[in-house]
Design a protein around this ligand. Structure first.
Ligand code: ADP
Ligand code: ZN
Ligand code: ZN
Length: 736
C-alpha cells in the first residue's frame, strides 16, 4: 500500500525548514511520489498553485483528514539538485537516526533573514589596568564568563565577536550589562562578501610521473566510457595525489560535469587552495567554517546557478547544490573530522557514496594511510585501488627513520625528554641551517599533577578528568573550562608533595629554548592558534624560514610541504596508544606515518626519530617502515580476534544523565530490550553498559553500551527499537 499523505516544504531557502504542510496524495499519483519530488500544490485561501518539495511520506494525518487538500500534480522538469539533497536528507535521517528537520538543516543551505554582511568585534576603551581590575572583580564574584572576557581583553585589546561567543562561551546576555556599563562596545565592520578574487590560471604545472599517469588514466578511461565507480588512491606522503586529483577533475569538467573536493579543515591552507585556483581559476570556490552563514549561502547559490564548477571545502561542502555533479573527491579520507559531531552524526565518506550513487557520479578517496574500512573494500574489489608508491618529486626520497627506546635512555642516565640521538641530530640541523619539527601528541604544559604520597591526580570537581597545568600557574579543565590555582597540599591526603607529570608542547618549547638558546623556536597548538588565522600565520612564518624549530601537535603533521625540514622528532610516540579506544593503534600509525612524511620533502634527505617506551609495538614499527600493508594485516587480525569493526559492525549507545541511579536503570533496560534480537542468530554480542572513559563531564554521568553484530541491518533495527523506548536519560547512537 502506498502512503496517503505527503509532508511538503514550500520555501526551502527560508530560515525555517521545519514548517511543513500536509497534502493528500490523489489516487492517480499514489506510488509515484518520492521524497525529494517537486510538486504543485494549492496554497492559502485563494488556493493559488505553488511549488513544494516532498520531504516525507506518511499514513498519519496531522489534523482532520477531511480538511487536507490534494496535491495538484508532479512538476516534471528534471531532477534538481535540491530534490536530490532532500532525498539524501531522508536517507541520512534513516541511516543515522535524526529527525527529518535536523537532516534537512544539515543538507540545505539556510538563508539567513538578515544577511550578515558585517564582522563584529568587541572593543573596550578601558586601560589595561582598569581591565585587570574588572577581571579581578569578576573572579572574586565568580562570574566565570566575564572573567574569561576580561582576561582575553587584557591579552589582546579586542576580541572578535565569534571568538567571544564561540571559544569563550559568552552569551549576548552576559555581554549586555557590560555594554550598558560602558566597559565594552561592539564595532561592526563591513566585509567583502565574495571570498574569491581574480586569479591567473597557470594551467598544468608539472608533468605527471609514470605512476601518477597510470592512476589518472585508469580513472579517465572509466569516466569516458561512462563507468562510475569508487576509487581508493593510496599514495605515500608526497607522492603527488593532489596532481592526480586535478588530472581527474580536468576530465570530468571537460564532460560538462561538476566536482566537489573535500579536504579536512586543518589542511585547507592557502598553499593547498591556491594549487586548485591556479589550475582551474574562477571555476573554483572554497568554503570553510570561518565563513558566515550568509557567505556560505552565497557560494552555494553560485553553485546552483552554475557559476562555479568546483567546490572545495570541509565536510559540509558535500552538500553543494550542483545539478551536474560528476565527481566527489575526499582527500585524507581516514580523517576523524569527516565525522559529524552533531546530529545527524553522519560520516562524509558514507554520505558521499550515497550522493555519488544518486547523482551517477564517481567517488575518489585518497590517503597515505587509508582507513581499514576503505582498504578492505579496495582489497575485496568493491573499490578500485590506485597506488602511488614513490615520491613525486625527483630526488625526493623517504626519510631515514630510527626508533629510540626511551627506557634505554633512562637506564644510561639521560633523564631529558630528548634522547641523545635526537639532540645530536637537532644540533646538526642548527649548524647546517636546516629546519626541525618536533611533534607531540598533547597540549598544555604538563599533562596533569598528582600527589607523590598518595598517587592521586588532581581532578576537576565537575568532570572525571585530570586537570591540566598551564604556564600561568593555574590548573585547568579542558572539558568544562574550570580553573583553579595549584593547591599547596594534596586535597586527599594533605601531603605537600604534589608535582607535574608528562610533557606538553609548552614544556618542550621551554626545554628546547633552554638547550638551544640560539635557536628560533615556534610553537603551534590549540593555544597558539585559537586566534583567527593564527594557524596559517605560524605555518607561513615557518615556511619562510623565520624559525629553526617548530614544535606542535597533530596540526603540524597534516599535508604541509616544508622543503627545508630535514628532521622530524616524534617526542613521545606512545601517548596516543594509551587512548581507551579500539582505534588507537590505527590512529597512532596514521599520525606517525604522516609526521614522518614531513621530513625530506625537498632536495636534502630527511631524518625521522621516533622516541618511544614501546619500540616493539606494531603501530610504531610499521609507521617507521612506512609499511601500510603490513600494518593493515596486523591490525585487521586484531580486529577480527576481538570482533571490532570493520570485521564486525558495532552500535555504540551512550547514555547520560545527572542521576547515576536513572542511568543504571536505563542501562539495564536497554540491555534487556536488545537481548531478544539475538535469539535466532548467535551473532549478537552485547557489552556493558560500561562507564565512559570519562565517566563524569560537567556533572553529567555517562555510560556506553556496545552492541556488535555481523549484520548491519539488524543493528539498524535495534537502534530504531531502542529509540522508541522513551527512557528518562539522554541517548546518543553511533553506528559503525
Ligand atoms: P601528496 O598530496 O600525495 O602528499 P602532493 O600532491 O602535495 O602530494 O605533491 C607533493 C609535492 O610534489 C608538491 O610540491 C607537488 O607540486 C610535487 N609534485 C607532484 N607531482 C609532481 C610531478 N609529477 N613532478 C614534479 N613534482 C610533483
Ligand atoms: Zn595525596
Ligand atoms: Zn571540568
Amino acid at each position: 500500500m502506498a502512503e496517503e499523505f505527503a509532508n511538503i516544504i514550500i520555501d526551502i531557502s527560508h530560515e525555517k525548514v521545519d514548517r511543513t504542510f500536509q497534502y493528500r496524495i490523489p489516487d492517480a499519483l499514489k506510488g509515484r511520489i518520492r521524497v525529494g519530488e517537486l510538486v504543485n500544490i494549492p496554497f492559502g485561501t485563494g488556493n493559488r498553485l505553488r511549488k513544494g518539495y516532498v520531504v516525507e511520506l506518511t499514513d498519519t494525518a496531522e489534523y482532520d483528514s477531511s480538511r487536507i487538500k490534494e496535491i495538484a500534480g508532479i512538476e516534471t522538469k528534471g531532477v534538481s539538485a535540491k530534490a536530490q539533497l532532500i532525498e539524501l536528507a531522508w536517507w541520512m535521517k534513516e541511516r543515522y537516526g535524526s529527525t527529518m528537520n535536523q537532516a534537512l538543516k544539515t543538507v540545505l543551505p539556510v538563508k539567513e533573514k538578515i544577511r550578515q554582511e558585517e564582522r563584529k568585534i568587541i572593543r573596550t576603551s578601558l586601560t589595561k589596568e582598569e581591565l585587570e581590575n574588572r577581571r579581578l572583580e569578576a573572579e572574586r564574584k565568580h562570574y566565570k564568563a566575564r572573567e574569561r572576557l576580561f582576561s582575553a581583553l587584557v591579552d589582546m585589546g579586542k576580541v572578535p565577536y565569534e571568538l567571544a561567543t564561540g571559544h569563550l562561551n559568552l552569551t549576548a546576555s552576559t555581554l549586555k550589562p557590560l555594554i550598558d556599563r560602558g566597559d565594552i562596545y561592539v564595532e561592526r565592520l563591513a566585509v567583502y562578501r565574495n571570498p574569491v578574487t581574480e586569479y591567473e590560471i597557470c594551467g598544468k604545472e608539472v608533468e605527471l610521473n609514470e605512476e601518477q599517469k597510470k592512476a589518472a588514466d585508469c580513472f579517465k578511461e572509466d569516466y569516458r566510457r561512462g563507468k562510475r565507480e569508487t576509487y581508493l588512491l593510496h599514495g605515500i606522503t608526497g607522492s603527488g595525489k593532489t596532481e592526480v586529483y586535478m588530472e581527474m577533475m580536468e576530465q570530468v569538467l571537460q564532460e560538462g560535469k561538476q566536482v566537489i573536493v573535500l579536504i579536512p579543515e586543518i589542511s585547507l591552507t592557502y598553499q593547498t587552495v591556491m594549487r586548485f585556483y591556479k589550475r582551474f581559476g574562477n571555476q573554483v570556490s572554497v568554503i570553510n567554517s570561518r565563513l558566515s552563514k550568509g557567505e556560505r549561502y552565497d557560494q552555494f547559490e553560485r553553485a546552483e546557478k552554475g557559476e562555479i564548477q568546483i567546490m572545495i571545502g570541509p565536510r559540509s561542502a558535500l552538500f553543494t547544490p550542483f545539478s551536474r555533479l560528476g565527481l566527489i573527491i575526499i582527500d585524507e579520507e581516514q580523517e576523524a573530522a569527516y565525522k559529524s559531531e552533531i546530529t545527524p552524526r553522519y560520516h562524509a565518506r558514507e554520505v558521499a557514496a550515497k550522493r555519488a550513487y544518486m547523482a551517477e557520479a564517481s567517488l575518489v578517496l585518497g590517503s597515505a594511510t587509508p582507513s581499514l574500512e576503505s582498504y578492505e573494500k579496495a582489497l575485496t574489489g568493491e573499490y578500485r585501488l590506485l597506488t602511488l608508491s614513490g615520491r613525486a618529486k625527483k630526488d625526493s626520497v623517504l626519510a631515514d627513520t630510527e626508533i629510540v627506546d626511551l627506557r634505554e635512555e633512562l637506564k644510561s642516565g639521560n633523564r631529558s625528554i630528548f634522547s641523545r640521538r635526537l639532540q645530536e641530530l637537532i644540533e646538526e640541523r642548527l649548524n647546517r641551517r636546516e629546519q626541525t619539527i618536533l611533534f607531540i601528541n598533547r597540549r598544555g604544559y604538563a599533562n596533569f599533577m598528582s600527589c607523590r604520597s598518595c598517587g592521586k591526580a588532581l581532578k576537576c570537581p565537575h568532570c572525571d578528568v585530570s586537570l591540566t597545568l598551564h604556564r600561568n600557574g593555574n590548573l585547568k579543565c579542558h572539558y568544562c573550562g574550570f580553573e583553579m590555582r595549584v593547591p599547596q597540599s594534596c586535597p586527599s591526603c594533605r601531603s605537600p608533595y604534589i608535582a607535574g607529570f608528562g610533557t606538553g608542547t609548552q614544556k618542550i618549547e621551554e626545554i628546547t629554548k633552554k638547550m638551544y638558546p640560539m635557536a628560533r623556536v615556534l610553537r603551534m597548538d590549540m593555544d597558539t592558534t585559537s586566534k583567527k588565522g593564527g594557524h596559517e600565520e605560524i605555518l607561513s612564518a615557518f615556511s619562510r624560514g623565520e624559525a629553526d624549530i617548530l614544535i606542535g601537535t597533530q596540526m603540524i603533521v597534516k599535508g604541509h610541504d616544508f622543503p627545508n625540514v630535514t628532521l622530524v622528532g616524534i617526542v613521545a610516540a606512545d601517548l596516543s596508544l594509551h587512548a581507551p579506544d579500539f582505534t588507537c593503534g590505527e590512529r597512532t600509525f596514521q599520525l606517525l606515518t604522516q609526521a614522518a612524511g614531513r621530513a625530506g620533502r625537498g632536495k636534502r634527505p630527511g631524518h625521522v626519530v621516533i622516541q618511544t617506551y614501546m619500540p616493539d609495538h606494531y603501530s610504531i614499527q610499521y609507521a617507521a617502515e612506512q609499511n601500510y600493508e603490513k600494518f593493515y594485516e596486523t591490525e585487521m587480525a586484531y580486529r577480527k580476534m576481538l570482533h571490532f569493526p570493520p570485521y564486525r559492525k558495532m552500535l555504540m549507545v551512550q547514555l547520560s544523565s545527572p542521576e547515576e541511579e536513572k542511568l543504571s536503570r536505563a542501562g539495564d533496560r536497554l540491555r534487556s530490550e536488545t537481548e531478544p534480537f539475538g535469539t535466532q542468530e548467535k551473532e549478537l554480542e552485547i557489552i556493558g553498559p560500561v562507564e565512559a572513559s570519562i565517566y563524569k563531564v560537567n556533572d553529567i554521568y555517562r555510560k556506553i553500551l556496545y552492541i556488535k553484530h555481523g549484520n548491519y541491518d539488524i543493528l539498524l533495527k535495534i537502534r530504531k527499537h531502542l529509540e522508541k523506548l522513551d527512557l528518562p536519560v539522554q541517548l546518543q547512537y553511533d553506528l559503525q
